[in-house]
Design a protein around this ligand. Structure first.
Ligand SMILES: [Zn+2]
Ligand SMILES: [Zn+2]
Length: 168
């Protein structure tokens, strides 16, 4: 099946971010139908609204996400950039690797966004920054090579030791 619809691409969250058709790596395209979700940082200085549903959602266990968040794992959701509106304030950017820009609130430090600067048409946001994070559920794990030994997540989601790789 040809992958001619950009909504079928998955953005993966790390310095080694790659764009791949989700079916190519054995993932099912998520089917969420959520409109106009709002979120923001801890202190309220930065607020956003996303008009569409995420086209991918994932847990990232990489060491950079751990450091950036101070948490054992970060759950991310991927959108087309034109679906995102910053409705209050503006996230501050930190260039965490050659092509990666991470957005956070300069006042309270909340992790908000991730962008591969080679693909400005996609933006990744932290699920937990949503006002209602229960609306969006991660659908696979990446970088489980660096998953913390004491962290048990008992689900049957697909796991990738590093970024998603095609299983032959
Ligand atoms: Zn804040
Ligand atoms: Zn990561």
């Amino acid at each position: 099946m040809p992958y001619n619809n950009s909504t079928q691409l998955a953005v993966f969250s790390d310095a080694f971010q790659k764009l791949r058709p989700m079916e190519d790596v054995g993932l099912t395209k998520i089917n969420m139908n959520i409109k106009n979700m709002e979120g923001g940082c801890l202190c309220g200085a930065v607020r956003y609204c996303v008009s569409g549903s995420p086209f991918a959602t994932e847990y990232c266990h990489c060491g950079m996400c751990q450091k950036a968040s101070g948490a054992p794992v970060v759950s991310w959701m991927d959108f087309h950039t034109n679906e995102l509106t910053w409705t209050k304030g503006k996230s501050t950017k930190y260039k965490s690797s050659e092509y990666v820009s991470r957005g956070f609130c300069a006042e309270c430090g909340s992790s908000l966004s991730f962008c591969d600067t080679r693909h400005p048409e996609f933006i990744t946001l932290t699920i937990a920054s949503l006002d209602n994070p229960n609306l969006v559920k991660p659908t696979y794990h990446i970088y489980t090579d660096s998953q913390l030994k004491w962290l048990t997540i008992d689900d049957d989601l697909k796991r990738f030791p590093k970024g998603p790789e095609k299983s032959s």
